[in-house]
Design a binder for this molecule. Structure first.
Ligand SMILES: *Cc1c(COP(=O)(O)O)cnc(C)c1O
Length: 430
């Protein structure tokens, strides 16, 4: 016996380095705000501060400039941003929005919040993003939009998505929470649809604890998002809006970002490019070594695009072994240590990603706000709806976060050695 999962020695016990992008610069930014005493200056009625304070406004200007987009609107999370985006495009009860099931749950709950019906399209076997080929057959007269998620940091097939959207008069919301600084040609991920949403939560490439940014080139959509962010219903009779006829979804929320979060985000934005490039470098290093293992396939990156690796996906090659992926990965995990600052989390390696969303109880039982909005549709959600996604999740996809910028070559070498050790000793697992 050699393998740690069978009780033998682990390949490595020294924890992997912590990933912490916060330093003196963020500290100074926070102190600047604290000392000003103005932790937020938002006012929920018609006033210049309806749009937030100086840090919020500066962040929005810098973000728009960086991503070459007309409007950037800060919010307190990407989840809030997705809610505001679905509201802004005018989704009404019973409207259908086509979405990938392989994503964080909020990409679909945003649709439900406005009474919309999430319709799940299958994903691409090669890239794991929503598959344009599976979208067209799901379009009905009720379809109003596509929610495209740049999963793991890979850009969706926007060339195809835009053609479908144009042909059927659909809006595209791009959930780019996992893909800041991704690119398709010269355009940035997040700016490829009608509205894009970024996340600034603790787990993302850059963060301010919790936060999000919504971007759009459309003035009208931008204004609606700003209204939804800050109690929109209170300003509808004010100067500037009372003549508008379209009052759909103008019920507002408090999705406002604080000045502290905005100040931190401004510093983090300056670090984004280098943090992403380090991830790409680390992935390259890992892939040149891992590609020699017969049980692994290295997934492709879409032509003409930049993958930014929120997660680095791998594929388990079942053709070369009778071993199941899960057994293999459990054994690799057993060889590796925890990560500093994330000591309580399991090793940052897993099989699959999140369970395909339509398999969650709320879809299976069609229960949301009571029976609403599922009572507006005959659609049922069942196992087998998206076979490619299910096969990836239950059999072949492997995801890990070892490419995070703090990892050095010697750390990455240990990751590779753990995979190799388990492969060499796989007979112990069969
Ligand atoms: C993280 C994430 C979100 C939600 O981000 P929050 O800022 O935590 O609300 C939404 N969609 C995707 C794809 C994500 O990865």
């Amino acid at each position: 016996m050699k393998l740690a999962i069978n009780g033998e020695q682990k390949l490595r016990t020294v924890p992997f380095p912590a990933y912490n992008t916060i330093d003196k610069q963020e500290e100074e930014a926070v102190l600047r705000v604290l000392r000003s005493g103005k932790l937020s200056t938002y006012i929920g009625s018609w006033h210049k501060d309806f749009y937030g304070g100086s840090e919020v406004k500066a962040l929005e200007e810098e973000w728009a400039d960086f991503f070459n987009v007309k409007h950037a609107i800060s919010v307190n999370s990407a989840t809030s941003g997705l809610y505001a985006a679905i509201g802004a495009i005018g989704i009404e009860p019973g409207d259908e929005v086509i979405v990938t099931p392989y994503t964080m749950s909020a990409s679909a709950t945003a649709i439900l919040l406005y009474g919309g019906i999430p319709v799940f399209a299958d994903v691409e076997a090669e890239y794991f993003c929503i598959d344009p080929k599976s979208i067209e057959k799901l379009i009905t007269p009720k379809t109003k939009a596509i929610m495209a998620v740049d999963l793991f940091g890979q850009t969706c097939d926007f060339e195809e998505l835009r053609q479908i959207a144009k042909k059927h008069n659909l809006k595209i919301i791009e959930d780019a929470a996992q893909a800041p600084y991704g690119k398709l040609g010269t355009e940035f991920t997040g700016t490829l649809g009608d509205i894009g949403v970024f996340s600034l939560n603790y787990h993302k490439h850059i963060h301010c604890g919790e936060g999000g940014i919504v971007v759009t080139n459309d003035d009208e959509l931008a204004f609606k998002i700003q209204l939804i962010r800050n109690h929109g219903e209170t300003v509808l009779d004010a100067k500037g809006y009372k003549d508008k006829k379209d009052l759909h979804n103008m019920l507002g929320f408090n999705f406002r970002m604080t000045e502290i979060e905005a100040a931190i985000s401004r510093v983090q934005l300056k670090k984004l490019k280098n943090l992403v490039l380090e991830r790409i470098e680390n992935v390259k290093y890992l892939e040149t070594k891992l590609k020699n293992l017969p049980c692994l396939n290295i997934p492709s990156v879409r032509k003409n695009s930049q993958h930014v690796y929120y997660v680095h996906p791998l594929l388990f090659n079942q053709k070369n072994t009778s071993l199941h992926r899960n057994k293999f990965i459990d054994a690799v995990k057993a060889e590796l240590p925890s990560t500093l600052m994330r000591e309580d989390s399991p090793v940052l390696l897993s099989y699959g990603y999140v369970k395909p969303l339509y398999l969650q109880p709320i879809y299976q039982q069609r229960v949301c706000f009571g029976a609403y909005p599922f009572n507006l549709t005959n659609r049922v959600y069942k196992k087998g709806d998206c076979p490619t996604c299910e096969d990836l999740h239950f059999n072949t996809l492997i995801s890990h976060e070892f490419m995070r910028p703090s990892m050095q070559h010697k750390d990455l070498d240990d990751v590779v050695k753990a995979f190799e050790k388990v492969w060499e000793n796989k007979d112990e697992l069969i």
